[in-house]
Design a protein around this ligand. Structure first.
Ligand code: AHR
Length: 683
């Protein structure tokens, strides 16, 4: 007896098109449940993290004070003097007698008298997210210089100047810098609070390292991450975490490339630099975007461990972004060039040769995996992680292309493999999945000696139709040689880089269609990650993105739920799928892939059509199916459907029971839907 899932609810939800009767005969699909093929790698579906769209500072890294140590080139960026009552005589950023050489700038405030306006306020990252009932720790360094002033008044300012929390901090009685701390408990929830620091009397006071940090962090760690955002990542059960990018690895110039060694150790000593995404797009100009590196490489490794993902750091290969300066490190120090391209307040100006970049990679492997007796392993241990992080992958360059990349890749790869033969190297195929640069890179990389290239990183940002048309991209790829890392992809409905791009269902369902092809070819496609991961609703540069947030809340896009359905159902082995004679995957807008998940059979079906589509599935060779299968369905008849902070689950998976009869499942796919059908083995 065949059984059909009751789809009335889904069809009604899907809109008028859905309820139109579908008279077509069911499409017959056979899944060869008794012919499991290649293993599905645990790494198949993972995450791409880059500090773009305020993903780190202002996002995952929850420090609330912007420019806390006055170390940015515009030293008062994020701070405003409170001069209303004219009690504030002067405010200056100074350097003499700094608290620490690692943080040479500090702020000096001089007030004529006590006044609510004799001080300074910080705007946070498009405001500061405050939650009623939670605690926030203020820490700062203070030095009393002159005058009778004895207290600093600390105020959290809410909507229309309302006070959310207020406290007085006793200033040091003796000379010199002293650390001070207090806890603030806001009386209301507000997404755009400000912090005011006011002199409670006449006098001169120096301030530095002003931090306001939520106590509620992921695993309640000091310097920990924003818990709701980490939870959204963990819920995806990602196989790997790629970090720190993206183009941020490259820098617009070499001097503002990402240097992992500058991001570890004491947080207060990490020097902020410009974020390369700050003025990249005129239409999303964000000149106040800097990287504090509070979220640095140690924290990335820790995050990977927390969410069960293999860490995948991408390292600079001696090339700045080829869309910007295209600056190149010389192949050896013997051929050092003239001065680097100018850059404002970046890392210390240097002219590193390729050897420096290679050494950074070797040192990173030692930092991640080395024993306490090794110089870099000792630094990891000192940061509180005696066990190795088991780093297995290194990306050599981000999205580089051309002969300059390939000539740098080879010595880099050889040096890493010579010291760490077990490490898998990821190489770039450039920004486009086709064309002369792509062909040059893939030919060259495939001809390198075995092992020098573990995975080739292919990127595709394209219109939704590209993803549907290319679902079979890997069906005829070579089965030998390097594996594939689909390292950055997303459907861009309005075109790449267009600020009007939105996270529509059309984009997400098209990605789902494409992902059936990734899964079907998981013998060669070993890793895949949607990009970018995060965006702040008030401070983004690039859209679409997987997860959007403000200072208090976050939501997953339809693409997030597509990723989740695939990741949580990736299974253990690929199963062959037979479509009706002569039909191809994707033909007539139907996309199918299947896996075994231990003894369960999992079938993914994408119906990119405005009408329901009945299917008749035969799970051939299946001996002991349970009768109670289930379908998880993402469906919306309106392809423009989006989620939002107001409606975070407008489109989210719905679970439906499905009855199995012997080896048969009759089922009707809703219009524009992704269905994940799981048929458990009978116990
Ligand atoms: O994901 C955004 C950007 O797209 C990445 O930084 C870069 O690698 C790609 O061009």
């Amino acid at each position: 007896m065949r059984a059909t899932i009751s789809l009335l609810g889904l069809l009604l939800a899907a809109g008028p098109l859905a309820v139109r009767a579908q008279s077509a005969a069911p499409t017959r699909i056979t899944v060869q449940a008794d012919k499991p093929g290649a293993a599905v790698p645990k790494t198949l579906f993972g995450l791409f993290f880059e500090d773009i769209n305020f993903a780190a500072d202002g996002g995952l890294y929850p420090e609330l004070v912007k420019n806390k140590s006055f170390e940015l080139p515009e030293p008062l960026l994020g701070w405003q003097a409170l001069k209303g009552g004219a009690a504030l005589e002067t405010y200056q950023v100074r350097t003499e007698g700094a608290a620490s050489p690692a943080s040479p700038h500090y702020l000096r405030l001089t007030a004529k008298a006590a006044s609510p306006d004799a001080g300074i306020s910080n705007e946070g990252f498009r405001g500061m997210g405050m939650k009623q009932g939670e605690e926030y720790t203020l820490t700062l360094l203070a030095r009393r210089v002159a005058g009778p002033v004895q207290h600093l008044r600390v105020v959290l300012e809410g909507d229309k100047g309302a006070t959310l929390a207020e406290s007085r901090l006793a200033l040091p009685t003796g000379p010199g810098w002293q650390p001070l701390t207090l806890t603030l408990r806001p009386t209301a929830t507000f997404a755009k609070a400000r912090l005011r620091l006011v002199l409670d009397g006449a006098g001169t006071v120096d301030l530095d390292a002003v931090s306001l940090y939520p106590k509620a962090t992921w695993q309640n760690r000091p310097n920990g991450l924003r818990p709701d955002l980490v939870q959204l990542l963990k819920d995806l059960q990602p196989g790997f975490l790629r970090f720190p990018g993206g183009c941020i690895v490259e820098g617009r110039t070499l001097s503002n490339r990402y240097q992992w060694k500058e991001t570890i150790g004491d947080v207060a000593s990490r020097q902020p630099i410009i974020n390369r995404w700050n003025t990249e797009f005129a239409h999303r100009f964000t000149p106040d975007y800097y990287q504090s590196f509070g979220l640095g490489f140690f924290e990335y490794f820790q995050l990977s461990e927390d969410i069960g993902a293999e860490p995948l750091p991408i390292l600079n290969v001696g090339m700045a972004c080829q869309y910007n300066s295209a600056e190149l490190a010389p192949m050896s120090s013997a051929a050092a060039p003239g001065p680097s391209a100018p850059a404002s307040h970046d890392h210390a100006q240097d002219d590193p040769s390729l050897e420096v970049f290679i050494q950074d990679a070797l040192d990173l492997l030692e930092f991640a995996n080395g024993p306490a007796s090794s110089p870099w392993g000792a630094k990891r241990v000192a940061m509180g992680h005696p066990a190795p992080f088991n780093l297995k992958y290194i990306g050599v360059g981000n999205e580089q292309w051309g002969p300059q990349y390939l000539e740098r890749y080879e010595p880099f790869a050889k040096a890493v493999k010579a010291k760490y033969p077990q490490v898998q190297l990821v190489s770039s195929a450039g920004p486009s999945p086709e064309g002369a640069n792509f062909d040059l890179a893939t030919k060259y990389l495939r001809e390198l000696p075995t092992g020098l290239v573990g995975l080739i990183d292919e990127h595709y940002y394209a219109k939704p139709e590209w993803f549907r048309q290319n679902a079979g991209r890997y069906d005829n790829y070579p089965r030998t040689g390097p594996k594939i890392f689909a390292g950055e992809y997303a459907a861009h409905p309005e075109g790449i880089g267009n600020s009007k791009n939105r996270n529509t269902w059309d984009a997400a369902i098209s990605e789902a269609a494409f992902m059936t092809g990734l899964e079907r070819n998981a013998d060669i496609v070993q890793m895949a990650s949607y990009a970018p991961l995060f965006a702040h609703v008030d401070a983004w540069q690039w859209a679409p993105d997987l997860i959007w947030f403000d200072n208090l809340q976050a939501y997953g896009t339809p693409s997030y739920y597509v990723q989740k359905l695939f990741s949580l159902n990736k299974g253990t082995q690929i199963l062959p799928v037979q479509l009706p004679a002569g039909a191809k995957n994707g033909q007539d807008n139907l996309y199918v892939s299947a896996v075994a998940d231990k003894a369960d059979v999992v079938v993914k079906l994408v119906n990119y059509a405005a009408t329901p589509r009945p299917v008749q599935l035969t799970l051939s060779g299946l001996k002991r199916a349970a009768k109670n299968a289930q379908a998880q369905v993402l469906a919306a008849s309106d392809l423009q459907t989006e989620n939002s902070l107001q409606q975070p689950q407008k489109l989210a998976p719905v679970t439906q029971p499905v009855t199995v009869s012997g080896q048969q499942v009759s089922y009707t796919l809703p219009p524009y839907s992704l269905t994940v059908l799981r048929v458990p083995a009978r116990q």
